[in-house]
Design a protein around this ligand. Structure first.
Ligand SMILES: Nc1nc2c(c(=O)[nH]1)N[C@H]1C(S)=C(S)[C@@H](COP(=O)(O)OP(=O)(O)OC[C@H]3O[C@@H](n4cnc5c(=O)[nH]c(N)nc54)[C@H](O)[C@@H]3O)O[C@H]1N2
Ligand SMILES: Nc1nc2c(c(=O)[nH]1)N[C@H]1C(S)=C(S)[C@@H](COP(=O)(O)OP(=O)(O)OC[C@H]3O[C@@H](n4cnc5c(=O)[nH]c(N)nc54)[C@H](O)[C@@H]3O)O[C@H]1N2
Ligand code: SF4
Ligand SMILES: [Mo]
Length: 866
């Protein structure tokens, strides 16, 4: 059975054979390869924590009651306050069929466009930039361009971690044809470690850089004047705006090298992601990049083009169905009356929305201020992933009616009046579209647990109960897909490139057997000969202005950047409970430069308290040369379910790109204080509750379904009996449980065990420094056997083994730790990533850790030299 990986927008094909999930050798996105997350998919198929029944007001309910209630509360709000009083907030993790139905329900039949999705946080700036430049939201190139390029420029994209299989292709091009890789990112990421040139740009310096590049292309006579004249408009104004010397923060020699390479390399692909999109000038960044490709005619030809890397598995499918509040379905546009008429006719929807609805940030503001009376959230966790997450929670608490569809309990489901259990990956049936416009099937291979049902079915059932039976008479995802395909071709005489009309004729069997297919059908690349979907057929240059560097704000002198880690997926509902995926990074932290750490008097193991205009969080400091001074970085993944005091979106604010409405999640003004750690602890328990208090806590999943918490406190601990009570509470002890305590005064280690019947249910160790704490298998071993009363004290007093200096697994596939790798590099004087692989296997399977291997090499080489 073939299916598609449910994580990133690379859209790798997988094969499922019994319990084994492997890369699909025939899928053109990955040709059999998978990254770490894809390789661990089988381990995520654990139903123990899944939502298995509808829940109304905290109690299990029937589907009928839950669906009736959603339909009733939506209908009542519409009757009383109008269609704009209800909203749907969806996700790029929907399948296209789910998305199509949700969008049709809202825009077509409820008759308002208050449906937006987490793609607003992800792809909105690219959608706006593409539409401005090309007239339609279209990626001009394909993955083969990466194989065929001589220069690959990654802008604001940590592809080695976030699009690993595609980045493997880039590395292969480097070996095969000597392609050069440039990485433009304020941080020295794993991707930068594998690049020929890293440009540590100042935050938001990208427009200035691409403006300079456009000016340099002109000065050096590298423009394609024929292409500009025949296929574009607006060049003169754009070039005039490009003579810009705004600050990029770059070393002049490195900047020159980049300009030289770009000017002299025809086959250049510029790949970009959230360092571009999640910015107050995100759509200008997209157009600044697009401008240089149009000016050189490097678009739509082999090995050339601007290339937006999509985030979620179906970010592109969501754009095809028009899931954003300012889009209509099938690339039709609100602005054009004939487009609205077309959709009204096709759907037979006289009440079709006439104007765009609220974008995500505004939508939740409208929930907070009471304009929206009922909201339905599906396949996204806005109480954690939207900026100003606390405000989103307050909005949901205040909202008269909240329905949430998810597979697992989340901070958002906790705030719902009705929870709808959704079928997840492996259970659902439908299609997704990847970054290169390739539609692939996701196929079911396991039963959904309990009463969980697919999203398309849930939306369809509610639509029926709201009185729209006829328009939503779907019996299967294939029915929906055929309608979606037919709409794309309806009255489309070449006006819209998104046209998959021939697929509307597929039978159920053909849909089941559908092979990965790109749109426009049978065309890999677009625009080499012009033919842009604008009224005059020409692409538009967009004059953009580089924003001035943010003024130093004495109260908030740092810039806080946020993003992703290699082995975690978003808010961790899927990856956060898989032990192997947390062995490379088992705790959130704030990354900070050595210079700033020194200034704050912070050493490794201390904590940082970060304050922004919106909130405050505490996490351990990770001191790294990868960070530029004045900037800190935090992973987005650790939510309040996994972290005691360090929720990142508590800190991020509402500043958005004006055109796209995408929040600037990478650039928040922040104040940073160092907090000395007064104590460190480790707690392991069978039932893990997440404590929140005046200490840092990070939850780590452990084999056997147990939980481990890493703790660090900045306040002195209570003493004596108070300590004992506090510690027992932290361990979740009941009154009947037996507590056994032991204080090792020589080593200043406090130990507490909680026993229930004959079993250890939790234990806690506290010490002044982390290396003195037990960890790993030694800690789990304490839980292994039943313990007689007489032996309990002995267990706690016994030698358990220190964790020693911190180590982490770098290569998850072969379980190779950092210590083993650095040991091998030093002992055998290894000088390349390949040599490390030959010596200790690290990086030789999926290859996702090659960036870290390169980072370790650079680090050790500089240590050896200095
Ligand atoms: N492992 C993993 N992979 C994922 C995901 C995941 O959760 N985990 N999520 C998927 C999704 S939905 C998405 S959207 C993608 C995101 O993929 P990416 O965009 O590659 O990931 P991020 O880490 O969010 O951000 C990329 C980089 O932007 C840089 N940056 C910040 N500010 C600027 C700036 O002003 N200019 C420039 N040039 N760079 C800047 C950051 O330092 C960061 O390294 O990843 C997808 N893949
Ligand atoms: N600070 C900061 N914040 C960010 C970002 C950042 O870089 N920095 N990035 C932003 C970006 S690009 C993105 S894409 C968002 C992601 O943010 P979210 O959308 O909140 O991310 P997930 O945790 O993937 O949420 C998906 C939810 O859907 C559930 N789910 C999975 N499959 C299904 C299904 O088939 N049906 C249903 N109904 N539910 C399902 C999962 O359990 C999960 O709870 O975060 C954004 N927030
Ligand atoms: S690169 Fe993306 S799509 Fe491919 S296996 Fe990894 S997470 Fe899945
Ligand atoms: Mo995303």
């Amino acid at each position: 059975m073939n299916s598609t990986c449910p994580y990133c927008g690379v859209g790798c094909g997988v094969t499922v054979n019994g319990g084994a999930i492997a890369g699909d050798a025939a899928h053109p996105a990955n040709f059999g390869k998978l990254c770490v997350k894809g390789s661990a998919l089988a381990q995520t198929l654990d139903d123990s924590a899944r939502l298995t029944t509808p829940i109304i007001g905290g109690a299990s309910a029937s589907w009928d009651d839950a669906l009736n209630l959603v339909a009733q509360r939506f209908s009542e709000a519409i009757a009383q306050y109008g269609p704009e009083s209800v909203a749907i907030y969806g996700s790029g993790q929907f399948l296209t069929e789910d998305y199509y139905v949700a969008n049709k329900l809202m825009k077509g039949f409820i008759g308002a466009a208050n449906i937006d999705t987490n793609s607003r946080l992800c792809m909105a700036s690219t959608v706006a930039g593409h539409t401005r430049a090309f007239g339609e939201d279209v990626v001009p190139g394909c993955y083969e361009d990466i194989d065929e390029a001589d220069l690959l420029v990654f802008v604001g994209a940590n592809a080695a971690w976030c699009h690993p299989v595609l980045f493997e292709r880039a590395q292969a091009a480097r070996i095969a044809r000597g392609a050069k890789i440039v990485v433009i990112d304020p941080r020295h990421t794993a991707t930068a470690a594998l690049a020929d040139l890293h440009l540590p740009i100042r935050p938001e310096g990208d427009v200035a850089l691409f403006q300079r590049l456009l000016a340099a292309l002109c000065e050096r006579g590298k423009l394609d004047n024929g292409f500009i004249a025949a296929h574009t408009s607006g060049f003169a104004e754009t070039l005039a705006a490009a003579h810009d010397d705004a600050e990029t923060g770059l070393d002049p020699a490195a900047l020159q090298t980049f300009l030289n390479w770009f000017c002299d390399t025809e086959r250049t692909v510029t790949l970009f992601s959230q360092g571009v999109n999640q910015s107050a000038c995100g759509s200008d960044k997209v157009n600044a990049i697009t401008n240089v490709h149009l000016a050189t005619g490097r678009i739509g030809r082999p090995g050339m083009g601007p290339f937006s890397l999509t985030g979620q598995p179906n970010a592109m499918g969501g754009r095809e169905v028009g899931g954003l509040a300012n889009q209509l379905a099938a690339h039709l546009r609100f602005e054009t009356e004939s487009d609205r008429a077309l959709l009204r006719d096709f759907w037979n929807a006289p009440r079709l929305a006439e104007k765009p609805g609220l974008k995500a940030v505004d939508m939740f503001d409208a929930v907070l201020n009471g304009r929206i009376k009922a909201i339905w959230i599906a396949a996204t966790n806005p109480a954690e992933s939207l900026p100003r997450a606390s405000r989103v929670r307050a909005a949901l608490e205040a909202c008269p009616f909240v329905a949430v569809s998810d597979c697992w309990p989340t901070a958002t489901t906790h705030l719902a009046n009705v929870v709808l259990p959704a079928a997840g990956w492996g259970e659902k049936d439908g299609t997704v579209t990847n970054s290169e416009r390739r539609i692939s099937r996701q196929r079911p291979f396991r039963a959904a647990p309990g009463m969980a049902r697919p999203d398309w079915w849930i939306f369809t059932e509610v639509a029926h109960r709201m009185g729209f039976q006829e328009a939503f008479s779907y019996a299967s995802p294939a029915d929906i897909f055929r309608e979606h395909a037919a709409l794309s071709g309806f009255r489309n005489q070449g006006a819209r490139l998104f046209n998959i009309a021939p697929l509307a004729a597929m039978t159920d069997e053909e849909y089941d057997a559908l092979l990965p297919v790109q749109w426009p059908l049978n065309r890999k690349r677009l625009f080499a000969e012009g033919g842009f979907p604008t009224p005059d057929g020409k692409a538009r240059f967009v004059p953009v202005t580089a924003p001035a560097p943010a003024k130093r704000d004495a109260s908030f002198p740092f810039t806080m950047n946020t993003g992703r880690l290699r082995d975690q997926w978003h808010m961790m509902t899927r990856t956060g409970f898989v032990p192997s995926l947390m062995t490379s990074a088992d705790e959130a932290n704030f990354e900070i430069s050595p210079a700033d750490a020194a200034q704050l008097g912070v050493v490794e193991g201390d904590l940082l308290r970060v304050t922004t205009r919106h909130g405050r969080s505490v996490l351990p400091a990770a001191i790294t040369k990868a960070q530029r001074p004045g900037e800190i970085f935090a992973a987005m993944h650790w939510t309040s379910a996994h972290s005691g005091a360090g929720n990142v979106n508590q800190l991020t604010g509402p500043l958005c790109d004006k055109l796209s409405g995408q929040p600037a999640l990478k650039h928040e003004r922040a104040a940073v204080e160092g907090l000395q750690a007064a104590w460190h602890g480790i707690l392991q328990s069978r039932a893990g509750t997440m404590p929140h208090g005046q200490f840092h806590a990070a939850r780590v999943p452990v084999a056997g379904g147990m939980h481990r918490l890493r703790l660090s406190g900045w306040k002195p601990l209570p003493r004596d009996a108070a300590l004992s009570d506090w510690a027992a509470r932290l361990c979740g002890a009941d009154a009947d449980d037996e507590r056994v305590e032991f204080y090792d005064s020589a080593r200043k280690i406090y130990r507490l065990g909680i026993f229930r019947h004959f079993r250890l249910v939790a234990c806690l160790f506290i010490a002044p420094a982390r290396p003195a704490l037990p960890d790993g298998a030694a800690l789990s071993a304490l839980f292994a056997a039943p313990v007689q009363q007489a032996n309990r004290a002995a267990i706690l007093r016994g030698k358990i083994g220190d964790s020693g200096p911190r180590d982490r697994v770098v290569c998850v596939c072969h379980n190779v730790t950092e210590r083993a790798i650095t040991g091998a590099i030093k002992a055998q004087r290894l000088a390349s990533v390949a040599a490390i692989g030959a010596a200790c296997k690290a990086g030789t399977n999926c290859g996702s850790c090659k960036g870290e291997l390169a980072q370790l090499l650079t680090q050790l080489t500089s240590e050896l030299v200095s």
